[in-house]
Design a protein around this ligand. Structure first.
Ligand code: ATP
Ligand code: MG
Length: 212
């Protein structure tokens, strides 16, 4: 597999995954299909630099849920690359590492439109965009006109490949799911069944528990 990945396209989906949900999985699958990705790595952030204003669920729980959610897809892989590295998880560092590991693979970073709009606030955006092709999934509620303007603006300012992905739009967010659990509402059909069982078993997202 290592050898295969050296010449193929490797998808990377970064996120907090607190918890992983069907929106993430549908986007990753659409990207895999449209861009002929050999594998999609799901990379939970250890310390997401943009989310330090709220308490994040311990990384091992988030990783376990990513493992459960990806286990039955032959081309989806849960990655520990950010978990096993100290400090905040910067995407550019992860991409550098993956580039060194797979020097000839085409790295495709899959991201939601909301994240692309904030790209200028990420660490070393220029290098990041040099290291990978960006595959941008629009999320319900996202202004596609603004998204295209943003992509055009970035492409004017730095050499990069940014492509829009047509994926079925699912209006699901981890924030809403955490809220649903806190309010005693159901997660059925919003997360894989195994993830729902895990959340219930470990009492995640309950009112007064780890995250609001
Ligand atoms: P939160 O509500 O806590 O911010 P989230 O649902 O946005 O969580 P993240 O872990 O922040 O999930 O997202 C990881 C990546 O997946 C981001 O690039 C984000 O834009 C994308 N993403 C999240 N939910 C969806 C969705 N429903 N459809 C498409 N992309 C999504
Ligand atoms: Mg988010």
């Amino acid at each position: 597999m290592q050898q295969l990945l050296d010449t193929c396209r490797l998808g990377i989906m970064g996120g907090t995954f607190d918890p992983i949900h069907l929106g993430h999985l549908v986007a990753a699958e659409a990207a895999r299909e449209q861009f002929d990705l050999e594998q999609v790595l799901f990379v939970p952030a250890r310390l997401p630099p943009h989310k330090q204003d709220r308490e994040i669920t311990p990384a091992e729980h988030r990783y376990a849920m990513v493992l459960l959610a990806t286990a039955n897809h032959p081309r989806f892989v849960a990655s520990r690359v950010e978990l096993d590295r100290p400090g905040p998880s910067y995407t550019v560092d992860t991409l550098r590492l993956l580039r060194a590991e797979h020097p000839r693979a085409g790295l495709c970073f899959i991201t939601g439109a909301d994240a692309l709009m904030e790209l200028d606030t990420w660490k070393d955006p220029e290098e990041l965009l040099r290291l990978c092709r960006m595959i941008v999934v629009s999320r319900p509620g996202c202004d596609r006109e603004r998204l295209r303007e943003k992509a055009a603006d970035l492409q004017r300012r730095m050499p990069c490949h940014i492509e829009e992905l047509a994926a079925p739009a699912l209006a699901i967010s981890s924030r809403d799911l955490r809220q649903r659990v806190a309010e005693g509402k159901s997660l059925r059909y919003l997360v894989p069944r195994e993830v729902r069982d895990y959340i219930l078993k470990h009492h995640l997202y309950r009112r007064g528990a780890a995250t609001p």
